[in-house]
Ligand binder design. Sequence first.
Ligand SMILES: Nc1ncnc2c1ncn2[C@@H]1O[C@H](COP(=O)(O)OP(=O)(O)O)[C@@H](O)[C@H]1O
Ligand SMILES: [Mg+2]
Length: 480
Amino acid sequence: MVDNRAGVVAGGSYESIYVQESPGSRIEIGDLLVVPEDGISILMKVASLRYGFPGEDTRLLLEHKDEPAVAICKPIATISGDGIAPAKIIPGLGREVFFSTVEDLKSLTTAGQKGIYLGNLRSGSKVLDMKIAMDGFDLFTHHVLIAATTGRGKSNLLKTMIWGAMSAGSYGILVLDSHDEYYGRKTMGLKDHGSWGNGNLYFSTKPPPGSSSLVFNLSTIEPDHFFGIMDLTDAQKQAMILYHREHGEKWLEKIVLGSDQEQVDNRTIRVIRRKLRLSLGIYGKGGRIICETNAFSQSAGSSTVSSIVSALESGKVVILDTSRIGDEAELLIGSIIATEAFSRYRDYKGEGILDQKPPISILIEEAPRVLSEERLQEENNVFASIAREGRKFRVGIIAVTQIVSLIPKTILTNLNTKIILGNEMALERRMLLDSCSNDLSSEDAAVASLDRGEAIVSSIFTKFGIPIYTPLFEEFAGGK
Ligand SMILES: Nc1ncnc2c1ncn2[C@@H]1O[C@H](COP(=O)(O)OP(=O)(O)O)[C@@H](O)[C@H]1O
Ligand SMILES: [Mg+2]
């Protein structure tokens, strides 16, 4: 144990316990430290580092070169024979403090083999030989938020999580993949999972052999699907609803191609038509409908929605390559599928057979596009409904964002597992840490200094914010 020694408890209070470094030890921000006492150990996390104790004159300290630093720590948990509990005590003054080891923390791995692997336990930047996994049912039905600025490893973590979900084989996951990075066309990806061929699906507007065309029949689109994703005036919404009532499945065609007896003010229809062309690339030519991206069609794609939702219902992963169809078309497709999945699962609940169905989770990047304050005002925003009450129906979302502050608090609190990766924006960190179920108030500096792949998992299912490191997907999946 001796070489594992970090320091000595030298004062402070519950919010900030001072640990004076032992000679030769080097404490890092984010380190997990443990103070063994009789029958119980107190686990602390290093929030900050300083010279000397508050009030001490550092000029005097300078006279002793290499004066040990003082780590400011926050007790996060107690570990005893009964397991891990949130810390409600502080360690004894003068006690020796150690860098925690896998041995200390072994009761952390609750989900075991069955769980969804998120990464390895991490103490500061040291990766420990302990896998952190969470129960997939809890994780997916209670919604997940993945927050970080770009390039910090969000997609890498998600690939790792979905790989785990595929291994379990009992979670339906819809990936709206605007960067076409999950399937792994040219690199390693989810297609390389041994069970990929067992009913998991990849749709693309440029499908490689063996995969399907991303094409939706216009008749599968309803006015509701647009609400909550596109800016529409009340008059425009009314017009769409009216056309739908009047023409049923042919309503969009009628709007795009025009009809002899327009029921609505022509100007409104013209604006809608222009919006459809700009956002979805749909327009009429010679009495036919053209879709620039081929993602929507008058004739093809009538069974796309049902085959996707059926795969999800069977616990499969469905990846939609939306990289060539634009933002709004992606959201529209997401909205169509989410509506269908949610509606089926509501029916199953009504019929009393929901518990035979696997959870369905919908991964959406730049989630404020559908979950911002403004979007939530829309009555028929399916993503908002899922965030609010999807849990009861086993439908969840995995919301990915760089800007948490755009998501209202009421929704943030519903996203019950938050995985926080590096973020250099102080205000964003504040907002995020405040919305966590575990007390992460002292983690600001730790989050600011998170490196690529490093994260903190805070959840109603964890006793404290668990620091993890997610390995590079290619190495993990390649078994290296
Ligand atoms: N744990 C890791 N170790 C090494 N490289 C990583 C790790 N996580 C991500 N990367 C690499 O960093 C880059 C950005 O990661 P990515 O997951 O795309 O970030 P984000 O989705 O947050 O923008 C990618 O090239 C990825 O391979
Ligand atoms: Mg990404």
